[in-house]
Design a protein around this ligand. Structure first.
Ligand code: PMP
Ligand code: GLN
Length: 382
């Protein structure tokens, strides 16, 4: 009998809820992806590069012209001059990057600290490297970091801390002061960071994204992960990048070259064209998504859900205590999908151990106006 290396892992909640939404014909506000078209010039560029014959392997580290664009962006937004050659790696998706980064950092017996609720791929990546995740819950209700709890969780075996800002599923943001606290905490310790910044451009109400890329001390021991999928409305392209100091990039690349070797060539060309030709896209992104958040929240305000507007990401949490306090959040998400035609994601699945009285579901508002209005109407009827 084969002994599973991941005995507690099943099909992810994202797959299950999207399947259920399709099965029952519900509006799918569960798995995070846009239901609107990707930018036409980006699609045109992809077709152009396919037709031009850019269909063979890309360099293992990514097309130089795309790495250059990433380096320019990092310099422009975060004030860091990074080498496109030795510090930027193009990867087939942030998920692959996280997996490879973990394999590079974690040895058997090592501990990695995750802040719950956290993205579902972190823990299996650590387990497959022979390590163990130590779960530190974020403070409720604002999902801020409990610094004393984090300090208490550090042991001589701690090798890695994951941070994720803007945060999936809560939308919470880390501030520059938070990054300073973190730097003080790991100073003089042999601890590395994976900073999951896939929603870096989705910050609202005038807030600025506090990137590890703008923090000298943290950057020195970090791998910063981003995803073109979120930024350019192409989650299915599974293309992302990692920025890390040369030594860490070199270790990441040793793994990446045997997991996937390289990302998809014509898509990398298309992204490089688009980044060069449409620099305003990322500037306009916060307002674009804030309008969607507000449209959805204005609808939700007429329902019995309670919420505070999400500060970032394309997710909105909603508390359903006033509606079905008898249901846990998995049952609530299924009930919403089957009985009310709107699919959501339960928040407890992002936890090792969610608080028993937590009554939160996550809605994705990366949707067309008509989808958000229709969903709002259904949710207001409950
Ligand atoms: N991290 C977080 C927090 C995410 O929400 C996602 C998106 N599913 C990823 C990583 C993975 O991104 P990608 O689709 O580029 O693999
Ligand atoms: N990041 C997406 C979400 O949180 C899901 C990606 C996936 O399906 N693995 O909804």
């Amino acid at each position: 009998m084969l002994q599973s290396k991941l005995p507690h892992v099943g099909t992810t909640i994202f797959t299950r809820m999207s399947q259920l939404a399709t099965e029952v014909g519900a509006l799918n506000l569960s798995q995070g992806f846009p239901d609107f078209a990707s930018p036409q010039p980006l699609l045109d560029a992809a077709m152009r590069h396919l037709a031009a014959g850019h269909n063979q392997y890309a360099p293992m580290t990514g097309l130089p012209r795309l790495r250059e664009q990433v380096a320019l962006k990092v310099a422009g937004l975060y004030g860091r001059a990074v080498s496109a050659e030795s510090e930027v790696t193009i990867v087939p998706g942030a998920t692959e990057a996280i997996f490879c980064a973990v394999q590079a950092l974690i040895r058997p017996g090592d501990e990695a600290i995750v802040l719950d609720p956290c993205y579902d791929s972190y823990e299996p990546s650590v387990q497959l490297a022979g390590g163990r995740c130590v779960h530190v819950p974020l403070n409720l209700p604002d999902f801020s970091v409990g610094w004393q709890r984090l300090r208490d969780a550090i042991t001589p075996r701690t090798r890695l801390i994951f941070i994720n800002s803007p945060h999936n599923p809560s939308g919470a943001l880390l501030s520059r002061a938070d990054l300073d606290q973190l730097a003080a905490l790991i100073r003089d310790r042999d601890i590395y960071l994976i900073s999951d910044e896939v929603y870096e451009h989705l910050v609202f109400d005038g807030a600025e994204h506090a990137s590890v890329l703008a923090h000298d001390e943290l950057y020195a021991r970090a791998l910063v992960v981003s995803s073109f999928g979120k930024t350019y409305h192409v989650t299915g392209w599974k293309t992302g990048y990692v920025v890390a100091p040369p030594v860490l990039s070199a270790e990441l690349r040793k793994i990446h070259q045997y997991v996937n070797f390289c990302g998809v060539t014509p898509l990398q060309h298309a992204l490089a064209d688009f980044m060069a030709e449409q620099p305003q896209h990322i500037v306009e992104l916060p307002a674009f998504y804030q309008a969607k958040r507000d449209l959805f929240c204005d609808q939700l305000a007429g329902s019995r859900f309670t919420f505070t507007r999400s500060p970032g990401t394309y997710f909105q949490l909603a508390d359903y205590s006033a509606i079905r306090p008898d249901l846990d959040d998995v049952a609530m998400s299924e009930w919403l999908t089957r009985e009310h035609g709107v699919a959501a994601i339960p928040v407890s699945v992002f936890y090792q151990q969610a608080p028993a009285d937590m009554r939160l579901v996550r809605f994705c508002f990366a949707k067309r106006e008509e989808t958000l209005l229709a969903a709002g109407e259904l949710l207001c009827r409950i």
